[in-house]
Design a protein around this ligand. Structure first.
Ligand code: SIN
Length: 543
């Protein structure tokens, strides 16, 4: 993505979550530090370990990630009837004028090689009776090109395959339940590693020649989200604190069909089901997407989400329904969803499934280029933590696992190239550094209340449909909550996560307020059309 000048006037925050002196903490050294163990982190760590001692961190159990939870699959050109040009075009159309064309081309062109590699590493994609890869259709794709595993458990199988490969890779150490608080930076903003907190060993300093941020998105800033509890935007917040440019945070993808039942998780009901013929109906049993878009239920996600919200506003009701009664063998095709529905006494062959959109994917993130390099030397950002330009204003279904695979491989290998260019700086330097934070009065704070108030406010006012007045009051409110939450020094993950959520929520709200247009996933009722030209918005703290 072409670098746009960053605006440093929007808001400031303190440099680190806690004060610390590296010389007083246990110290670990490596060549490459990978923060995050979803698809992007795993693939990057496997590549980086080929060039030197690598450490990969997971903040929780490794399966607690959007990758492992993914139902829908990996979009890639693997069939003779498909073309790279068609996949590129579908991605650009969904991205509504804001994709970076070279990045789209790179990811789509390199996709088939990554799929071939996964097959060589033993991934079990679904196949047809003739033993050919089964290809599904999802919203915005003009052809069947989505690979799945176990019907609706693609992420689980992808994670298994990469995790087994990573943990058998020489030179790669994996620390789980290890939360990263902040990036260490030296002269010129060069990233030298990170300050971490391990559940058993406490605070540690990890010095690294190169650091790859693959820490995922920030779905937890919304009350309604398909994301796991770990998606608190830590990587984006710490990169912002360290001075990296953060781009296009207004763009948050809301998945149209999430289970909507009191007491049930907002679990995704995969788009692949619509690809297999499921229809969206309202409470009177009528289809409503046919009049909205020629692709009806299989229009790009932003279109279907908006179609549902507008239909509910007109016709009333709290949710719509996904009618799967026409799909023969639903339980065999989508065993995970069938089992989930059974827990709530629903049977897709008999009952329309109540659904509503929920937050699903953080499109904006840490600005990164074709190699995954950020604006800070020594720091790469890949996967959902990054804003690479692949998704533009709206991500095409099943393009993100593909992005993680392609950019993981590129960034993991590029760290070596950067070393050759003379960009070494961390680890070996063994610098002693001190980070201070201004003292504050520790008052009583109900963190759970701050967190739930933030998540509700984001859902109500910075959610699917936005307006200037509501965005302005959200920015003011988040800033106010931040004044007495971001000044505190917490000593546990819970507190640090809430501080990160406040920082990321502020970045999203501010970006949404500044973007006076509707484009892709960003829908402003007061600016209902796209602006004449598509521009990125980029912010950074002054170093
Ligand atoms: C889905 O299965 O509908 C989600 C796939 C994705 O998020 O790309």
């Amino acid at each position: 993505m072409t670098a746009a000048p960053a605006d440093s006037t929007l808001f400031d925050t303190r440099r680190t979550l806690i004060p610390f002196k590296t010389s007083l903490l246990p110290q670990i050294f490596c060549d490459t530090l990978v923060i995050g163990c979803g698809v992007a982190g795993l693939r990057a760590a496997i590549a980086a370990a080929g060039h030197g001692d690598t450490i990969m961190l997971g903040k929780d159990e490794p399966q607690m990630s959007n990758t492992a939870w993914a139902q829908g699959g990996i979009a890639a050109v693997t069939d003779a009837g498909d073309t790279v040009e068609s996949h590129i075009n579908d991605t650009l159309v969904a991205g509504a004028g804001l994709c970076d064309a070279p990045m789209v081309e790179q990811v789509v062109r390199r996709g088939p090689a990554r799929i071939a590699e996964l097959l060589e590493w033993g991934i079990r994609f679904d196949k047809d009776v003739a033993g050919r890869l089964k290809l599904g259709l999802e919203g915005g794709h003009s052809l069947h090109r989505i690979l799945h595993a176990d019907g609706d458990a693609t992420g689980r199988e992808l994670f298994r395959c990469l995790w087994e490969r990573a943990t058998a890779t020489a030179g790669l150490r994996v620390f789980t339940k290890c939360f990263t608080l902040d990036l260490l930076t030296g002269e010129g903003g060069r990233v030298l590693g990170a300050l971490t907190h391990h559940a058993k060993y406490g605070l540690q300093v990890i010095w690294a020649q190169r650091t790859i941020l693959a820490s995922g998105g920030a779905g937890m800033v919304y009350r309604e989200t398909t994301n796991p509890r770990t998606a608190t935007g830590d990587g984006i917040a710490m990169a912002f604190r360290a001075g990296a440019s953060i781009a296009d945070m207004a763009f948050v993808q809301f998945h149209p069909t999430c289970l909507y039942l009191a007491g049930a998780p907002r679990s995704l009901i995969t788009e692949a089901i619509r690809g297999d013929g499921a229809l969206l109906i309202d409470q009177s049993g009528k289809r409503f997407m046919t009049g909205v878009h020629p692709q009806a239920e299989l229009a790009p996600r932003d279109v279907v989400t908006k179609g549902i919200v507008e239909h509910l506003a007109k016709a009333g009701g709290t949710n719509v329904y996904l009618d799967c009664r026409g799909i023969a063998g639903f339980g065999r095709a989508f065993p995970g969803i069938a089992a989930l529905l059974k827990r709530y006494d629903l049977d897709a062959s008999r009952d329309p499934i109540p659904v509503h959109p929920a937050q699903h994917y953080t499109i904006g993130g840490v600005w990164s280029d074709l190699q995954g390099r950020t604006t800070l030397p020594g720091l790469w950002a890949i996967g959902e933590a990054a804003c690479s330009g692949l998704h533009g204003a709206n991500r095409l279904a099943s393009n993100s696992l593909l992005e993680g695979l392609v950019m993981g491989e590129i960034a993991g290998n590029d760290t070596v190239e950067a070393g050759r260019e003379g960009g070494e700086g961390g680890g070996g330097g063994r610098a002693s550094m001190a980070f201070t934070v201004p003292p504050t009065e520790a008052g009583d704070l109900d963190l759970a209340d701050v967190e739930s108030s933030l998540r509700s406010a984001m859902w109500r006012n910075v959610g699917i449909e936005r307006s200037g007045a509501r965005l302005r009051s959200s920015v003011d409110m988040i800033e106010f909550w931040g004044r007495y939450t971001l000044d505190k020094v917490f000593d546990d993950v819970r507190g640090w996560q809430v501080q990160n959520m406040l920082t990321v929520a502020r970045l999203i709200a501010q970006s949404a307020l500044a973007r006076e247009e509707s484009r892709g996933a960003h829908w402003r009722s007061d600016f209902p059309t796209p602006a004449a030209s598509a521009v990125h918005d980029v912010v950074a703290r002054t170093l």
